[in-house]
Ligand binder design. Structure first.
Ligand SMILES: [Zn+2]
Length: 295
């Protein structure tokens, strides 16, 4: 089981970046809320870091000082990095761009700059990734592989996402990890260096699928998603669950989700209950990159 967390600046209840830009989810959320919760159940989270977080010295200091077991990877909101960078001040802005809607050479250069920024902050290469707005295609995968990434988690099965500058279609994507085809991110292909680890979902007819995600799903609903995967893929040697959310979701009013301390605490309590339950079912917690070794 992996827990993959898009780790970003604080937003506001309308999902727009905070103004002035704040980073409470990094300086307070990770060390004081999330990491202690994960340590209490022996879970290993993967924090996928955005450009603005790695450009903020206080956030980088907090990330470098974080105690315990975890992995750091990267997360791209493509409007925030060169080439063709759209904003220098991120306060109060939205970033609907799909990275895969840029020409492949521009997208590659953006990913390369993001990767260099990570190396500059932490002194080693990142090997796990998720695209902002899940806006990745086969070009994204090929670029990530060239840059040495081992696992991508941009695919959300059953969902087609649309933004003004493009669309990505994951409706037919596999639900368990696979090696993506060279010309289609949502289709399995021959073994390759990079593994796709989809966000865990369960189909619901005529509605959005059920997410394996605190706040969006209750403890019972998350358990039902896990049980469905356990039954459906019982013949597989390795079965993977991939919980996702954002770092800001544990800070009141920094997303449309928890709006006060009690709600933020409920978010964490629900998450810990599900992690406990998963461990009782026999799941082991791994960082996102470690998953690659199992396939
Ligand atoms: Zn994001």
């Amino acid at each position: 089981m992996t827990i993959t967390i898009d780790t970003e600046c604080d937003h506001d209840p309308a999902w727009v970046r905070s103004s002035p830009l704040t980073f409470e989810s990094i300086t307070e959320g990770l060390p004081n809320r999330l990491q202690p919760a994960f340590e209490s159940v022996g879970a290993v989270p993967t924090y996928l870091l955005t450009v603005e977080v790695m450009e903020d010295p206080a956030s980088v200091g907090a990330l470098r000082a974080l105690q315990g077991s975890y992995e750091y990877g990267t997360h791209l909101h493509a409007a925030f990095i060169e080439p063709n960078k759209k904003y220098t001040d991120y306060a109060g802005v939205d970033s609907p761009d799909f990275q895969c809607s840029y020409p492949p050479d521009i997208e590659y250069a953006k990913l390369e700059n993001l990767t260099r920024l990570f190396e500059h902050c932490f002194g080693y290469k990142p090997t796990s990734f998720r695209a902002g707005r899940y806006g990745a295609n086969h070009h994204s995968i090929n670029s990530l592989e060239k840059l040495g990434y081992l696992v991508d988690s941009s695919v959300t099965p059953f969902i087609r996402w649309e933004e003004p500058n493009g669309q990505v279609d994951f409706r037919k994507a596999p639900l368990q990890p696979y090696f993506p085809a060279p010309d289609n991110i949502a289709k399995p292909g021959p073994a390759r260096a990079l593994l796709q680890a989809p966000v865990t979902m369960k189909r619901r007819w005529f509605r959005m699928p059920r997410w394996f995600r605190p706040w969006m799903s209750s403890v019972e609903q998350m358990q039902a998603v896990a049980e469905w995967h356990l039954q459906t893929f019982s013949d597989q040697e390795v079965l993977h669950l991939n919980m996702m959310f954002h770092s800001m979701e544990v800070i009141p009013c920094a997303t449309p989700y928890p709006q006060n301390e009690a709600e933020a605490q409920r978010f964490i309590d629900d998450m810990v209950k599900v992690l406990h339950w998963c461990r009782e079912q026999g799941f082991e917690f791994v960082g996102l990159s470690e998953l690659r070794e199992l396939y």
